[in-house]
Design a binder for this molecule. Structure first.
Ligand code: ASP
Length: 329
Protein backbone atom coordinates (compact mmCIF):
# COMPACT_ATOMS: atom_id res chain seq x y z
CA UNK A 1 0.00 0.00 0.00
CA UNK A 2 1.18 3.49 -0.81
CA UNK A 3 2.11 5.86 2.02
CA UNK A 4 0.16 9.08 1.75
CA UNK A 5 0.33 12.21 3.86
CA UNK A 6 -2.92 14.17 4.19
CA UNK A 7 -2.48 17.85 4.96
CA UNK A 8 -5.68 19.06 6.53
CA UNK A 9 -6.70 22.68 5.86
CA UNK A 10 -10.44 22.63 6.66
CA UNK A 11 -13.19 23.81 4.29
CA UNK A 12 -16.86 22.88 4.12
CA UNK A 13 -16.15 19.18 4.54
CA UNK A 14 -15.09 19.84 8.14
CA UNK A 15 -17.77 22.45 8.88
CA UNK A 16 -21.02 22.40 10.83
CA UNK A 17 -23.96 24.81 10.91
CA UNK A 18 -23.89 27.02 14.00
CA UNK A 19 -27.02 28.23 15.79
CA UNK A 20 -27.42 31.06 13.24
CA UNK A 21 -27.36 28.52 10.42
CA UNK A 22 -23.93 29.55 9.14
CA UNK A 23 -21.37 26.96 8.17
CA UNK A 24 -18.12 27.38 10.08
CA UNK A 25 -15.08 25.18 10.88
CA UNK A 26 -15.96 22.51 13.44
CA UNK A 27 -14.65 18.99 12.83
CA UNK A 28 -11.03 18.04 12.98
CA UNK A 29 -8.94 15.81 10.78
CA UNK A 30 -9.28 12.83 13.12
CA UNK A 31 -13.11 13.06 12.85
CA UNK A 32 -12.76 12.92 9.10
CA UNK A 33 -10.57 9.84 9.18
CA UNK A 34 -13.07 8.09 11.49
CA UNK A 35 -15.81 8.70 8.90
CA UNK A 36 -13.84 6.97 6.16
CA UNK A 37 -12.70 3.60 7.54
CA UNK A 38 -12.12 2.35 3.97
CA UNK A 39 -9.16 4.66 3.62
CA UNK A 40 -6.94 2.28 5.57
CA UNK A 41 -7.80 -0.49 3.06
CA UNK A 42 -6.42 1.47 0.12
CA UNK A 43 -3.46 3.37 1.55
CA UNK A 44 -1.30 3.86 4.62
CA UNK A 45 -2.40 7.31 5.71
CA UNK A 46 -0.77 9.84 7.99
CA UNK A 47 -2.47 13.14 8.62
CA UNK A 48 -1.23 16.53 9.73
CA UNK A 49 -3.17 19.67 10.49
CA UNK A 50 -2.08 22.81 8.71
CA UNK A 51 -5.13 25.01 9.46
CA UNK A 52 -8.85 24.51 9.95
CA UNK A 53 -10.38 27.50 8.19
CA UNK A 54 -12.81 28.60 5.56
CA UNK A 55 -10.53 28.82 2.54
CA UNK A 56 -11.71 32.40 1.98
CA UNK A 57 -9.32 33.15 4.83
CA UNK A 58 -6.32 31.55 3.13
CA UNK A 59 -3.20 33.72 2.86
CA UNK A 60 -0.03 33.16 0.80
CA UNK A 61 1.86 32.31 4.03
CA UNK A 62 -0.22 29.11 4.21
CA UNK A 63 0.81 28.15 0.65
CA UNK A 64 4.40 28.60 1.80
CA UNK A 65 3.80 26.39 4.84
CA UNK A 66 2.18 23.65 2.74
CA UNK A 67 4.98 23.76 0.15
CA UNK A 68 7.66 23.44 2.82
CA UNK A 69 5.77 20.61 4.52
CA UNK A 70 5.57 18.67 1.23
CA UNK A 71 9.23 19.30 0.40
CA UNK A 72 10.29 18.17 3.89
CA UNK A 73 8.34 14.93 3.52
CA UNK A 74 8.88 14.25 -0.16
CA UNK A 75 11.00 11.13 0.32
CA UNK A 76 8.82 9.70 3.12
CA UNK A 77 5.54 9.54 1.18
CA UNK A 78 4.39 8.42 -2.25
CA UNK A 79 1.79 11.15 -2.48
CA UNK A 80 0.06 13.99 -0.69
CA UNK A 81 -3.58 15.00 -0.29
CA UNK A 82 -4.61 18.49 0.72
CA UNK A 83 -8.09 18.75 2.23
CA UNK A 84 -9.13 22.28 1.38
CA UNK A 85 -12.18 24.53 1.01
CA UNK A 86 -13.35 24.89 -2.55
CA UNK A 87 -13.42 28.70 -2.67
CA UNK A 88 -9.66 29.17 -3.06
CA UNK A 89 -8.58 25.61 -3.80
CA UNK A 90 -7.53 26.49 -7.36
CA UNK A 91 -5.32 29.33 -6.04
CA UNK A 92 -3.54 26.95 -3.67
CA UNK A 93 -3.11 24.35 -6.41
CA UNK A 94 -1.63 26.99 -8.73
CA UNK A 95 0.61 28.48 -6.06
CA UNK A 96 2.01 25.04 -5.15
CA UNK A 97 2.75 24.26 -8.80
CA UNK A 98 5.23 27.17 -8.81
CA UNK A 99 6.56 26.68 -5.29
CA UNK A 100 7.34 22.97 -5.89
CA UNK A 101 9.07 22.72 -9.27
CA UNK A 102 10.15 19.28 -10.54
CA UNK A 103 7.74 17.67 -8.13
CA UNK A 104 8.23 13.95 -8.49
CA UNK A 105 5.11 12.86 -6.56
CA UNK A 106 1.36 13.26 -7.01
CA UNK A 107 -0.34 15.93 -4.90
CA UNK A 108 -4.15 16.02 -4.88
CA UNK A 109 -6.34 18.81 -3.58
CA UNK A 110 -9.88 17.89 -2.67
CA UNK A 111 -12.71 18.76 -0.31
CA UNK A 112 -16.49 18.83 -0.37
CA UNK A 113 -19.45 21.02 -1.22
CA UNK A 114 -21.37 19.41 1.68
CA UNK A 115 -20.13 18.94 5.26
CA UNK A 116 -19.15 15.44 6.31
CA UNK A 117 -22.18 14.95 8.57
CA UNK A 118 -24.70 15.98 5.89
CA UNK A 119 -26.55 13.08 4.32
CA UNK A 120 -25.12 12.61 0.86
CA UNK A 121 -21.89 14.44 1.51
CA UNK A 122 -19.64 14.43 -1.52
CA UNK A 123 -16.46 14.86 0.50
CA UNK A 124 -16.02 11.23 1.49
CA UNK A 125 -16.13 10.02 -2.13
CA UNK A 126 -13.82 12.84 -3.16
CA UNK A 127 -11.31 11.79 -0.53
CA UNK A 128 -11.40 8.14 -1.59
CA UNK A 129 -11.00 9.16 -5.23
CA UNK A 130 -8.05 11.37 -4.28
CA UNK A 131 -6.30 8.34 -2.78
CA UNK A 132 -7.06 6.24 -5.87
CA UNK A 133 -5.62 8.95 -8.14
CA UNK A 134 -2.44 9.01 -6.05
CA UNK A 135 -2.25 5.23 -6.36
CA UNK A 136 -1.62 5.73 -10.11
CA UNK A 137 1.70 7.24 -9.04
CA UNK A 138 1.84 9.94 -11.73
CA UNK A 139 3.45 13.16 -10.47
CA UNK A 140 1.39 16.33 -10.88
CA UNK A 141 -0.74 18.68 -8.81
CA UNK A 142 -4.35 17.66 -9.29
CA UNK A 143 -7.76 18.81 -8.21
CA UNK A 144 -9.96 15.75 -7.81
CA UNK A 145 -13.56 16.74 -7.28
CA UNK A 146 -16.93 15.23 -8.26
CA UNK A 147 -16.43 13.47 -11.59
CA UNK A 148 -13.39 15.55 -12.57
CA UNK A 149 -9.64 15.00 -12.39
CA UNK A 150 -8.07 18.32 -13.37
CA UNK A 151 -4.65 19.84 -13.61
CA UNK A 152 -4.63 22.07 -10.52
CA UNK A 153 -3.09 25.15 -12.11
CA UNK A 154 -5.60 25.02 -14.99
CA UNK A 155 -8.67 24.66 -12.79
CA UNK A 156 -11.26 27.19 -11.65
CA UNK A 157 -14.22 26.91 -9.31
CA UNK A 158 -17.19 27.18 -11.66
CA UNK A 159 -20.10 26.41 -9.35
CA UNK A 160 -20.86 27.26 -5.75
CA UNK A 161 -23.27 24.34 -5.43
CA UNK A 162 -22.70 21.67 -8.09
CA UNK A 163 -20.86 18.58 -6.92
CA UNK A 164 -18.69 19.11 -10.01
CA UNK A 165 -17.44 22.40 -8.58
CA UNK A 166 -14.37 22.76 -10.83
CA UNK A 167 -13.50 22.76 -14.48
CA UNK A 168 -10.48 23.56 -16.63
CA UNK A 169 -11.98 25.11 -19.73
CA UNK A 170 -8.71 25.90 -21.51
CA UNK A 171 -7.21 22.47 -21.02
CA UNK A 172 -8.57 18.96 -21.29
CA UNK A 173 -9.10 17.16 -17.97
CA UNK A 174 -6.35 14.79 -16.81
CA UNK A 175 -8.94 12.13 -16.15
CA UNK A 176 -12.46 11.40 -15.00
CA UNK A 177 -14.21 9.61 -12.19
CA UNK A 178 -16.56 6.99 -13.56
CA UNK A 179 -16.93 3.78 -11.57
CA UNK A 180 -13.29 4.29 -10.69
CA UNK A 181 -10.94 7.21 -11.30
CA UNK A 182 -9.41 6.94 -14.75
CA UNK A 183 -6.37 8.97 -15.76
CA UNK A 184 -5.99 9.86 -19.44
CA UNK A 185 -2.33 10.77 -19.09
CA UNK A 186 0.53 8.37 -19.52
CA UNK A 187 3.13 7.87 -16.83
CA UNK A 188 5.82 10.49 -17.18
CA UNK A 189 9.46 9.50 -17.41
CA UNK A 190 11.19 9.52 -14.05
CA UNK A 191 12.50 12.96 -13.37
CA UNK A 192 16.20 13.40 -13.20
CA UNK A 193 15.96 16.90 -11.80
CA UNK A 194 15.71 17.45 -8.08
CA UNK A 195 12.70 19.07 -6.44
CA UNK A 196 13.18 22.84 -6.41
CA UNK A 197 11.45 24.48 -3.46
CA UNK A 198 10.73 28.20 -3.97
CA UNK A 199 7.95 28.80 -1.48
CA UNK A 200 7.79 32.61 -1.23
CA UNK A 201 5.03 34.84 -2.59
CA UNK A 202 4.71 38.64 -2.78
CA UNK A 203 1.08 39.39 -1.96
CA UNK A 204 1.21 43.12 -2.88
CA UNK A 205 -0.56 42.80 -6.21
CA UNK A 206 -3.94 44.06 -7.41
CA UNK A 207 -6.46 42.51 -9.81
CA UNK A 208 -8.70 44.81 -11.86
CA UNK A 209 -11.64 43.91 -14.05
CA UNK A 210 -12.30 46.34 -16.91
CA UNK A 211 -15.81 47.56 -17.68
CA UNK A 212 -17.12 50.35 -19.93
CA UNK A 213 -16.85 53.55 -17.87
CA UNK A 214 -14.04 52.36 -15.58
CA UNK A 215 -12.07 55.49 -14.61
CA UNK A 216 -8.30 55.11 -15.12
CA UNK A 217 -7.71 57.31 -12.05
CA UNK A 218 -8.31 54.30 -9.79
CA UNK A 219 -5.58 52.33 -11.51
CA UNK A 220 -3.44 55.47 -11.37
CA UNK A 221 -3.76 55.51 -7.56
CA UNK A 222 -2.69 51.88 -7.44
CA UNK A 223 0.36 52.56 -9.59
CA UNK A 224 1.40 55.30 -7.18
CA UNK A 225 0.87 53.03 -4.13
CA UNK A 226 3.00 50.23 -2.68
CA UNK A 227 1.54 47.80 -5.21
CA UNK A 228 4.18 45.66 -6.96
CA UNK A 229 2.16 44.21 -9.83
CA UNK A 230 -1.23 44.36 -11.54
CA UNK A 231 -3.42 41.80 -13.27
CA UNK A 232 -5.84 43.49 -15.66
CA UNK A 233 -8.79 41.40 -16.77
CA UNK A 234 -9.31 42.76 -20.24
CA UNK A 235 -12.04 42.53 -22.82
CA UNK A 236 -11.97 39.63 -25.28
CA UNK A 237 -8.54 38.77 -26.61
CA UNK A 238 -6.61 41.30 -24.47
CA UNK A 239 -8.28 44.52 -25.55
CA UNK A 240 -7.70 47.63 -23.46
CA UNK A 241 -9.53 50.99 -23.72
CA UNK A 242 -7.44 53.85 -25.13
CA UNK A 243 -7.61 55.85 -21.88
CA UNK A 244 -5.62 53.13 -20.05
CA UNK A 245 -2.69 52.93 -22.43
CA UNK A 246 -0.49 55.73 -21.07
CA UNK A 247 -1.05 54.42 -17.53
CA UNK A 248 0.16 50.96 -18.49
CA UNK A 249 3.21 52.59 -20.06
CA UNK A 250 3.92 54.52 -16.87
CA UNK A 251 3.53 51.37 -14.76
CA UNK A 252 6.02 49.61 -17.01
CA UNK A 253 8.52 52.44 -16.61
CA UNK A 254 8.10 52.21 -12.83
CA UNK A 255 9.05 48.51 -13.06
CA UNK A 256 5.52 47.50 -12.19
CA UNK A 257 4.34 44.59 -14.33
CA UNK A 258 0.82 44.77 -15.78
CA UNK A 259 -0.32 41.29 -16.82
CA UNK A 260 -3.32 41.05 -19.14
CA UNK A 261 -5.71 38.12 -19.07
CA UNK A 262 -9.07 37.70 -20.76
CA UNK A 263 -12.40 38.26 -19.02
CA UNK A 264 -13.87 35.55 -21.22
CA UNK A 265 -14.72 32.37 -19.40
CA UNK A 266 -13.09 30.58 -22.31
CA UNK A 267 -10.40 32.96 -23.41
CA UNK A 268 -6.78 33.59 -24.22
CA UNK A 269 -4.97 36.83 -24.96
CA UNK A 270 -4.11 37.44 -28.61
CA UNK A 271 -3.10 41.02 -28.28
CA UNK A 272 -1.98 41.53 -31.87
CA UNK A 273 -5.47 40.80 -33.15
CA UNK A 274 -6.87 44.30 -32.54
CA UNK A 275 -5.30 47.74 -32.43
CA UNK A 276 -6.63 48.17 -28.86
CA UNK A 277 -4.61 45.13 -27.79
CA UNK A 278 -1.49 45.99 -29.79
CA UNK A 279 -1.43 49.49 -28.23
CA UNK A 280 -1.19 47.94 -24.76
CA UNK A 281 1.54 45.55 -25.91
CA UNK A 282 3.51 48.48 -27.35
CA UNK A 283 3.68 50.19 -23.95
CA UNK A 284 4.76 47.08 -22.10
CA UNK A 285 1.65 45.10 -21.11
CA UNK A 286 2.45 41.43 -20.48
CA UNK A 287 0.08 38.90 -22.12
CA UNK A 288 -1.15 36.21 -19.77
CA UNK A 289 -2.33 33.99 -22.69
CA UNK A 290 -4.72 31.26 -21.55
CA UNK A 291 -3.87 31.30 -17.87
CA UNK A 292 -6.65 31.23 -15.31
CA UNK A 293 -6.89 34.14 -12.93
CA UNK A 294 -5.71 31.80 -10.19
CA UNK A 295 -2.61 30.76 -12.13
CA UNK A 296 -1.79 34.27 -13.38
CA UNK A 297 -2.12 35.91 -9.96
CA UNK A 298 -0.14 33.28 -8.06
CA UNK A 299 2.52 33.24 -10.80
CA UNK A 300 2.82 37.02 -10.48
CA UNK A 301 3.08 36.82 -6.68
CA UNK A 302 5.67 34.06 -7.00
CA UNK A 303 7.58 35.86 -9.73
CA UNK A 304 7.73 39.09 -7.74
CA UNK A 305 9.02 37.27 -4.65
CA UNK A 306 11.78 35.63 -6.70
CA UNK A 307 12.68 37.96 -9.57
CA UNK A 308 11.23 41.49 -9.13
CA UNK A 309 12.33 43.44 -12.26
CA UNK A 310 9.63 43.83 -14.86
CA UNK A 311 11.75 42.31 -17.63
CA UNK A 312 12.32 39.18 -15.57
CA UNK A 313 8.59 38.96 -14.92
CA UNK A 314 7.94 39.36 -18.65
CA UNK A 315 10.33 36.49 -19.36
CA UNK A 316 8.62 34.40 -16.71
CA UNK A 317 5.21 34.97 -18.31
CA UNK A 318 6.74 33.94 -21.65
CA UNK A 319 7.72 30.63 -20.08
CA UNK A 320 5.64 27.62 -19.25
CA UNK A 321 6.83 26.88 -15.72
CA UNK A 322 4.50 24.12 -14.57
CA UNK A 323 2.03 23.45 -17.38
CA UNK A 324 -0.01 26.50 -16.36
CA UNK A 325 -0.04 28.11 -19.82
CA UNK A 326 -0.12 27.11 -23.48
CA UNK A 327 2.88 28.47 -25.34
CA UNK A 328 3.27 27.29 -28.89
CA UNK A 329 6.85 26.96 -30.26
N1 ASP B 1 -16.35 28.52 1.94
C1 ASP B 1 -15.88 27.15 1.82
C2 ASP B 1 -14.38 27.15 1.76
O1 ASP B 1 -13.83 27.47 0.76
C3 ASP B 1 -16.46 26.50 0.62
C4 ASP B 1 -16.12 25.03 0.46
O2 ASP B 1 -15.28 24.47 1.10
O3 ASP B 1 -16.76 24.38 -0.39
O4 ASP B 1 -13.74 26.86 2.75
Amino acid sequence: MKKILILFCGGTLAMKRDNRGNLSPYYESKDLIKRVPHLSEIAAIDIENIVNIDSSNFQPEIWTEIAIKIADNISKYEGFIIIHGTDTMAYTASALSFALLNLGKPVVLTGGQKPMDDIGTDGINNLINAVLVINYGIPDIYIVFGTKILKGNRATKISESSLDAFDSVMRLPLGEIALEPKLFIKEKKTRSQKLKLKPKFEPDIVIFDLFPGFRPKYLDEIIESQCKGVILKSFGSGNIPDNFISLIGRANQKDLPVVIISQCYKGSTQMQLYEVGQNALNVGAIPGRDMTLEAASTKLMWGLANYKAVNKIRKLFNTNIAGEVTISN
